[in-house]
Design a protein around this ligand. Structure first.
Ligand code: BDP
Length: 651
């Protein structure tokens, strides 16, 4: 049975959706189609950091007006990449303020001459605040470092004889109490201790504040009347899959829409017309998580065709969206996917690697997914911010379930609960839901990580934030991640699933693994007694320097990491029979943090090194995850599942 609020919004969901509360304003991933072209602008850009005292010289001298090389020296900067670790300049590594990127793009003639073509500039992410000019004209501004934004630049590129355009992007990585994540700037004015103008960026989160153009930048085209957005939501009635769709069109009023749903063989299994409707798929192949079914991650293709009548005649726009048919529900003690209990056995990740920092990188991405599958992980949380769209696409394709987290990490100050902050957080959730709503892999939204939600204003803040997120997307549960130390948490009453992080025998009772079982069992029992909601152990782990060995185990050795994990697993194995629905290790890989006496070149709680090589704990977890997979897969018959073929622990 669905319980309390979950039941209410499960029932209300389709209604809200049908009433049009679904999000408007598209951020469809730019895919090529017969009506759409794309041009990637990845590669070397010109770059300059504004080291002037007030960091505003670039604006005072209008660096966007002329090519950047004309206003001073420039560096070559790869995109996508963080700018911090590619150079040899210590000051650039820790730079706070405005940096300037610039790149010339040569456009195909048709783009600049065919007035029926719409040319869009899309920036996958720019951390943190970005201003964009094309040929010196301001075209876009965006706050937030982890979500895409775009600008229609057709008029600019179609207005003259120029076949090229100069794109300038100024990016400021400064974090304030009202940004997400928040931070503060600390000025030091004692000139006997600090040089004039000295300041530092303080943050309350445990990863390096990498900055720059972290994800692909590209140009793409659509016709002037175009498919702006698509929302799908799926349900299942016995063997029939139901795909509710809604299509939003911009740029014209006279048009027809046709939709076709194709299976993996390319066979049309359902079709419809109009901007809204329901497709019925008899004997539907459901989208199942990796290791839960012999054919996981089944994806249909929703082909949308728009035919519009314009002054210049009839034009068409095509967009194909991958669709997974699946359901998600939460009971008092279970997390259900397609009506079957799902147990999250996976990891927390970071977008982080040597040299590129948070820059998107295909080889790294594929390696990470190969490691996840090797490990037998069926899920991860996008700790502590939304990841690149290409990551989410691979999750859909491989059946890796995602808890999709906003950049609400390090919310500790009372100022960060103000209306200004809340307003921004609501907007970020809208952008996130708009971007990721159609991914079957996303099964839950997480609005924040370890906020000080025991502070008084946090109750209203999280009540509003969670209610808003549910209204945006009634089809998924919502959570935020708390810490075992925060028992008087004012936000927890509003979540559907309790996600709790704990670091027993690490941040307290150092070295005493013998306390873990008792403390962990007490944690679970207390949270469950108070709230009767399913619980996920959303973080646990120990810093471990690869190659350090010590037996009996001492902190930081590989043996200690394994020993600590084993103690957790003993309790998890009892409680998963009751109401614990998942365990996510902290962390998949070692990652960079700010410098501090607690961090030896970053956080070392990875089960893989930063270079993605396994520590001993990776083998321990691999054994556990494959065993869990063998116990929790569906159907439960003894048929040998293909996806288990590579398992070290066959049936
Ligand atoms: C947790 C935080 C995570 C940290 C981790 C740690 O959620 O961001 O990296 O602690 O200290 O509380 O390793």
């Amino acid at each position: 049975m669905l319980r309390g609020p979950a039941a209410v919004w499960a029932a209300l969901g389709p209604l809200l959706w049908a009433c049009g509360l679904a999000l408007r304003g598209g951020m469809l991933y730019p895919r090529e189609s017969p009506s759409r072209e794309r041009k990637e602008l990845n590669g070397l850009w010109s770059f300059r950091a504004d080291f002037s005292e007030n960091r505003r010289q670039g604006f005072e001298q209008q660096w966007y007006r002329t090519p950047l090389r004309e206003s001073g020296p420039t560096l070559d900067m790869p995109v996508p990449s963080s700018f911090n670790d590619v150079g040899q300049d210590r000051q650039l590594r820790s730079f706070v303020g405005w940096v300037w990127y610039e790149r010339e793009a040569t456009l195909p003639q048709r783009w600049t001459q065919d007035l029926g073509t719409r040319v869009v500039l899309r920036i996958g992410s720019a951390h943190y605040y970005a201003i964009v000019w094309v040929n010196g004209v301001h075209v876009a501004e965006h706050e937030g470092g982890h979500l895409p934004f775009e600008a229609d630049i057709s008029k600019l590129v179609q207005s003259g004889p120029l076949a090229s355009c100069r794109i300038t992007i100024a990016i400021n990585n400064t974090l304030t109490p009202h940004t997400l994540p928040p931070g503060t700037i600390l000025y030091q004015t004692d000139t006997s201790k600090y040089p004039k103008g000295y300041f530092v960026q303080n943050i309350n989160f445990d990863f390096f504040n990498y900055a720059g153009l972290h994800r692909p930048v590209l140009l793409y085209t659509t016709p002037t009347t175009y498919i702006d957005d698509i929302t799908v939501s799926t349900s299942v009635d016995q063997d029939t899959g139901l795909v509710d769709y809604q299509i939003f069109v911009e740029g014209g009023e006279h048009f027809q829409l046709e939709v076709r749903l194709l299976d993996e063989e390319g066979k049309v299994v359902a079709q419809g017309t109009g901007g809204r409707g329901q497709l019925q798929v008899p004997n539907a192949h459901l989208w199942w998580p990796y290791l839960m079914h012999e054919h996981p991650a089944y994806l249909y293709s929703l082909e949308v065709r728009l035919t519009a009548q314009t002054a210049a005649g009839s034009v068409s726009d095509f967009y194909t969206l991958p669709v997974g048919i699946r359901t998600v529900a939460v009971t008092e003690h279970q997390f259900l996917i397609n009506g079957k209990p799902f147990y999250f056995h996976g990891v927390n990740k970071h977008e982080d690697a040597d040299i590129r920092g948070k820059g998107f990188d295909w080889p790294l991405l594929v390696k990470d997914f190969n490691l996840l599958r090797w490990l037998g992980a069926n899920a991860f949380r996008t700790s502590h911010y939304p990841y690149a769209e290409e990551v989410m696409q691979l999750c859909d394709r491989y059946g890796i379930v995602v808890i999709d987290e906003s950049p609400g990490v390090g919310i500790v100050l009372v100022e960060s609960y103000s209306n200004v902050s809340l307003q921004h957080h609501l907007e970020v959730m809208e952008e996130l839901v708009r971007r990721d709503k159609n991914h079957p892999a996303v099964v839950m939204w997480s609005v924040a990580n370890e906020p000080t939600s025991f502070l008084k204003p946090a109750g209203y803040y999280f009540k509003t934030l969670i209610a808003h997120t549910k209204a945006l997307d009634p089809s998924r549960p919502v959570t935020f991640v708390t810490n075992s130390n925060y028992e008087a948490d004012l936000g927890v009453p509003y979540v559907d699933v309790i996600c709790v992080n704990s670091y027993y025998s690490w941040y307290h009772d150092y070295g005493h693994m013998e306390v873990i079982q008792l403390q962990l069992a007490t944690q679970f029992e207390n949270w469950y007694k108070t709230y009767q909601k399913p619980i996920i152990q959303s973080e646990y782990g120990a810093d471990t320097i690869a190659g350090f060995h010590q037996d009996p185990p001492l902190m930081f050795s590989e043996e200690y990491q394994k020993g600590l994990l084993e103690q957790y697993h003993l309790v998890l194995d009892q409680k998963r029979k009751e109401y614990v629905v998942g365990e996510l290790i902290w962390n998949f890989a070692d990652f960079m943090t700010n410098q501090s006496p607690q961090r030896v070149m970053g956080n070392k709680k990875g089960i893989f090194t930063r270079q993605r090589q396994p520590k001993g704990a990776a083998f321990l977890l691999r054994e556990r995850y494959w065993k869990l997979a063998n116990e929790t897969r569906y159907p439960w018959s003894a048929v040998k599942s293909q996806c288990l073929e590579n398992s070290p622990f066959t049936l």
